[in-house]
Ligand binder design. Structure first.
Ligand code: FEO
Ligand code: CA
Ligand code: CA
Length: 523
């Protein structure tokens, strides 16, 4: 079923025909090192080894690790996730890497179990999240990348940074928020700024619960509100960062939710379009169409109705019910989830990362799982906009791949297309669920690929396996497709004993695990 579906996808991509002409068979004769997209990989079996295990054609090196000094004052954050890159040269062998830092791990950061952290300890956690801008460069001889310490391009954004709302919007009496947090995936705009998404914001400052117009505060798991009285309404937004100037702003235009990503493209008429998923069981898929060709400040947010194949606008002037319930459009955007339900947005199985096929323009969406509904292995959904136009308000959809033992993966999350249109994706089986119950056969999380040519065309093959309890996140190809940057997030999470860490990656022995960004290349 999955294979047939994928072959159909291949035939729909015009550029693939050139690859079916025996190009793969000629590879050994080529004098240059091929790119990562040109190899007919052997693949690996599921693995529970506490290491980054790669298919035999590949090797990896560390690029950045938690607490690496970026400047005299700033250091690389914890639990690296989404990666993007803004080139500083035409060849793209030097540039600024953006890396998200999603969540702290109290035991790893504080080096002890702490149920009542002090203000200083909470501030350590606050500094560990957000994102890093890091100047990196490729060595022509070795083909390896290193980061340039003390470069003026190196910057940190954290839970302590002051970030204004776009359009000078005022939320809970303030136009400036303290910090960005829960930074999961993101996107890049056509004008080369970075979008970083605040996902599980309720972990940090809790949430405001509204019952019959009465507001109450649901406490957070991390308890940051015990020291900093920041309102939950300041989080759950898409944040735009200019990697050159370091300017940042929080956009309200794309709504407030557990934003997984902000995948950006253009409508045929040039307006900017952003797709985003709300990663929570039975939450929704959204699309924002900007009024503009060059900013995201104003526009319309839509929620997907899969049954009807329509994008429904979340606008209080269009829907009477929304107009009655929310007194302003900003109030609606703060409560995007409630608004989406009022207009019958389709509940989905944790919509996570989104990528757009470079040729067909089909929109691929990872639905990681929905455990409350008994969907343990998730799927990749394909959405086909009318006339392949991101500006369309109608679409068709089909399931592209379904997770499970037969298809060889579970819990798809981050997606990436390479320059030959092979689809790469990572899995996100929760740390505490790996190698247990329904997830036993899949062992540790992995990096997978669906090649469009070669002996495995149309099949899911595993390219890499992650260290114990870790998750690969943020796959990003260099401009020449010879390096794949990849985050190794939360190795050894759930460890509670310094003498018995669940993972010892990357240093081995009895060492403490460290989240790192790695660079994968051909041997
Ligand atoms: Fe942070 Fe939904 O992954
Ligand atoms: Ca993710
Ligand atoms: Ca995830």
């Amino acid at each position: 079923m999955e294979r047939r579906s994928f072959l159909k996808f291949i035939s729909a991509t015009t550029a693939v025909s050139a690859l079916d002409t025996g190009f793969a068979a000629e590879l050994p004769k080529l004098k240059y090192k091929p790119s990562l997209s040109e190899v007919d990989y052997e693949g690996i079996a599921f693995s529970s080894e506490d290491n980054v295990v790669l298919t035999k054609e590949l090797q990896y090196d560390l690029l950045l690790k938690w607490q690496d000094a970026l400047t005299e004052k700033e250091s690389f954050g914890f639990n690296n996730d989404y990666i993007n890159f803004v080139p500083l040269t035409k060849t793209g062998t030097e540039g600024i890497l953006w890396v998200n830092h999603e969540s702290p791990d109290r035991f790893m950061i504080l080096d002890h179990v702490s149920n009542k952290p002090t203000k200083e300890e909470i501030e350590k956690e606050m500094y560990s999240v957000g994102g890093s801008l890091v100047h990196i460069k490729k060595d022509d001889k070795t083909g390896k990348w290193t980061y340039i310490k003390n470069s003026p391009y190196n910057r940190r954004f954290s839970g302590l940074s002051l970030i204004p709302f776009a359009n000078n919007e005022e939320i809970m009496g303030k136009t400036i928020a303290m910090g960005t947090l829960g930074n999961c995936a993101g996107g890049k705009t056509p004008w080369n700024t970075i979008l970083t998404c605040e996902e599980n914001y309720d972990l940090f400052y809790g949430e405001t619960i509204l019952n019959d117009g009465m507001a109450s505060h649901l406490k957070s798991e991390l308890g940051w509100e015990n020291y900093y009285d920041n309102p939950p309404e300041h989080y759950g937004w898409v944040v735009e960062i200019d990697p050159i100037s370091g300017e940042a702003k929080k956009h309200t235009s794309m709504g407030r939710m557990a934003h997984e990503c902000a995948t950006t493209t253009r409508a045929k008429d040039g307006r900017v379009v952003v797709y985003t998923g709300d990663d929570s069981p039975n939450e929704h898929l959204y699309k924002f169409i900007s009024d503009s060709h060059d900013n995201l400040n104003k526009g319309m947010l839509y929620v997907a109705n899969l049954e009807a194949g329509i994008w429904t606008p979340l606008d209080r002037e269009i829907h009477m019910e929304l107009g009655k319930h929310f007194s302003t459009q900003l109030e609606l955007l703060i409560q995007t989830r409630a608004a989406a339900k009022m207009v019958k947005g389709t509940p989905l199985d944790r919509p996570e990362d989104i990528e757009i096929h470079p040729i067909s323009k089909d929109v691929f969406i990872s639905l990681t799982n929905n455990k409350p509904k008994g969907n343990y292995h998730g799927a990749i959904l394909k959405l086909m906009e009318e006339n392949a136009d991101a500006g369309s308000l109608t679409f068709k959809h089909e399931y592209f791949l379904t997770g499970g033992e037969e298809s060889g993966f579970s819990c798809p999350d981050n997606l990436a297309f390479d320059d030959q249109y092979n689809l790469w994706f990572t899995s996100d089986i929760a740390g505490g669920s790996q190698n247990k119950k329904q997830y036993t056969p899949f062992k540790n999380n992995g990096l997978f690929m669906v090649p469009v040519k070669g002996k495995n065309a149309g099949k899911v093959i595993q390219i890499a396996s992650a260290p114990n309890t870790a998750e690969f996140t943020g796959p990003y190809f260099s401009q020449d497709y010879k390096t794949l940057f990849l985050s190794v997030q939360h190795p050894g999470e759930t460890s509670k004993d310094k003498d018995n860490f669940i993972s010892h990656w990357p240093n081995g022995g009895n060492s403490k695990p460290i989240p790192c960004v790695i660079q994968i290349s051909l041997k």
